[in-house]
Design a protein around this ligand. Structure first.
Ligand code: PFF
Length: 474
């Protein structure tokens, strides 16, 4: 039964752009390159790809199939398979995007501020280049009104995109935004790799080094698995939600592969943009990952570049803003679809405008807290700080711990066990086979092994690795 109010992607390309947009985010830019370099370079990439094929592909295919089969929000889609157990998984997949949004929007807002900073430098408004990246970053963290205001701007931009709907809002934006993101990335790479000394950054990222793998193979596996999992935006309801708007004609297997390959290519390219520049211009002990890579190290790089520095600064931070916004709209749409589907099931009009507005306001409330906290710079109270349990030293880390650290890997672990052992892999095969796309016996056997054994094992290890990393700050 086709639900009129829901609509569909206008084309498979539009679906792909939106889903790749959701996958390509801050993780590709500030975690992948450093993790690859620190965990063995090229051999790490191979491990990452093997995990992406065995685990990432399995979960993505399941999520796309569950969404398209269910034809509804993440909760409706899971419940269509089983009301009780599916309901539990569906709720888990709603909690994570809600929590991630509290800080992802704030990080996007910091990037918007850096676009502004470089723009001011370009116009010669302030002598910005005389201020170090570290100073700019700490001023930004402690300026609460500016942090909250720019977070509002990011959420308002997402509101304007999402209210247009799947096809006329999200798809349209991604179809322009993603190619633009790619072009900006290529320009920044060309500048970065042609700086003197850039080769050291490329060596750090790519040169094979088997030491980390020999010393701590499990640690490398967990790092690759955690990265792959976050980067592909799995267990966040996104793939289920976006899949629910996909036509039965399209191939789920091919789409899963395209998304995984594209996300990995952008992660490698992002490394070629950030690391050579960081090695060339930012000095020996520059920070090479996390927020400091962008807001301290790379800003110093742009400051040191001379007249063209602000132009590359603007291009680079616009690239990051786009990557963050395309992921943010996906996260918000998970919640919006959930509310709209509930309204229509109760016989009410979808009223997308109002729903998007209210969801965005609620997200703004939680994000304002994270923005005011400024990564712990402003002395706000943080839960469990005095309990001896270290669940993050600031609100961002706390929200990240519950979502990325626990809810996401747990959700994916339970989902693969559920499909593999409880409801049975046939549900997925039947959905994948729609529209004349037969799932070959070989692929189905491979899928069964992955969903029953390899994925649960890997996800248990990733869950353990995530909790361990979060609880032992570096
Ligand atoms: N995949 C995004 C990244 O690599 O930064 C992060 C992300 C976005 C995770 C959206 C989950 C999500 F739902």
């Amino acid at each position: 039964m086709e639900q009129q109010h829901r609509g569909q992607w206008g084309s498979n390309l539009g679906f792909l752009m939106a889903t790749i947009g959701a996958a390509v985010g801050l993780g590709n830019i500030w975690s992948f390159p450093f993790r690859m370099g620190a965990n063995g370079g090229f051999p790490f990439l191979i491990i990452y790809l093997v995990l992406a094929v065995l685990v990432g592909f399995t979960i993505m295919l399941c999520e796309l199939a569950i969404g398209r089969h269910g034809g509804g929000s993440v909760l409706v889609s899971y419940q269509k398979i089983n009301r009780i157990s599916g309901g539990f998984l569906g709720i888990l997949a709603l909690v994570s995007p809600f929590l991630i949004l509290s800080f992802y929007t704030v990080l996007g807002a910091y990037c918007v501020q850096y676009v502004g900073l470089n723009f001011a430098e370009l116009l010669g408004i302030f002598n910005v280049s005389s201020v170090s990246g570290a100073e700019s970053f700490s001023t930004m963290l402690t300026n609460q009104p500016l942090a909250i205001g720019s977070t509002f701007v990011v959420i308002a931009a997402c509101f304007l995109i999402i209210r247009g709907g799947i096809k006329d809002g999200i798809e349209k934006f991604n179809k322009v935004g993603m190619p633009a993101l790619f072009v900006m990335l290529v320009i920044v790479i060309i500048r970065s790799v042609t700086l003197p000394g850039a080769i050291d950054g490329l060596k750090f990222m790519f040169a094979p080094n088997f030491e980390p793998i020999k010393n701590d193979f499990i640690g490398v596996l967990a790092a690759a698995g955690g990265q792959m999992f976050f980067s592909l935006s799995l267990a966040m309801g996104i793939t289920v939600t976006y899949g629910s708007y996909l036509s039965k004609k399209e191939s789920l297997v091919r789409n899963s592969m395209v998304i995984i390959v594209s996300d990995t290519i952008v992660a490698i390219m992002a490394g070629m943009a950030v690391l050579p520049a960081a090695f060339a211009l930012a000095g020996e002990d520059a920070k090479l990952s996390g927020p400091s890579l962008l807001f301290v190290t790379l800003q110093d790089v742009f400051n040191a570049m001379g007249a063209f520095g602000p132009i590359f600064g603007i291009l680079f931070f616009l690239f990051v803003v786009l990557a963050a916004i395309t992921s943010t709209i996906a996260l918000i749409e998970v919640l919006v679809t959930f509310v709209i589907d509930r309204r229509t099931a109760a016989g009410k009009a979808p009223n997308r405008n109002a729903v998007v507005g209210i969801v965005c306001l609620i997200i703004f409330a939680e994000a304002a807290l994270v923005a005011a906290d400024g990564l712990g710079s402003n002395g706000l109270w943080v839960p469990f700080q005095s309990s001896g349990l270290d669940l993050g030293t600031c609100w961002l880390e706390f929200m990240d711990f519950i979502s990325e650290g626990v809810a996401m890997p747990l959700g994916a672990l339970l989902m693969s066990l559920w499909i593999g052992w409880i409801v049975g892999p046939e549900v997925i095969r039947d959905e994948v086979s729609q529209g004349g796309h037969k799932m070959s016996d070989g692929l189905y056997s491979f899928f069964i092994i992955c969903v029953r054994f390899i994925t649960p094992l890997a996800m248990a290890m990733i869950l353990f690795g995530q909790i361990k990393t979060f609880l032992s700050p570096v």
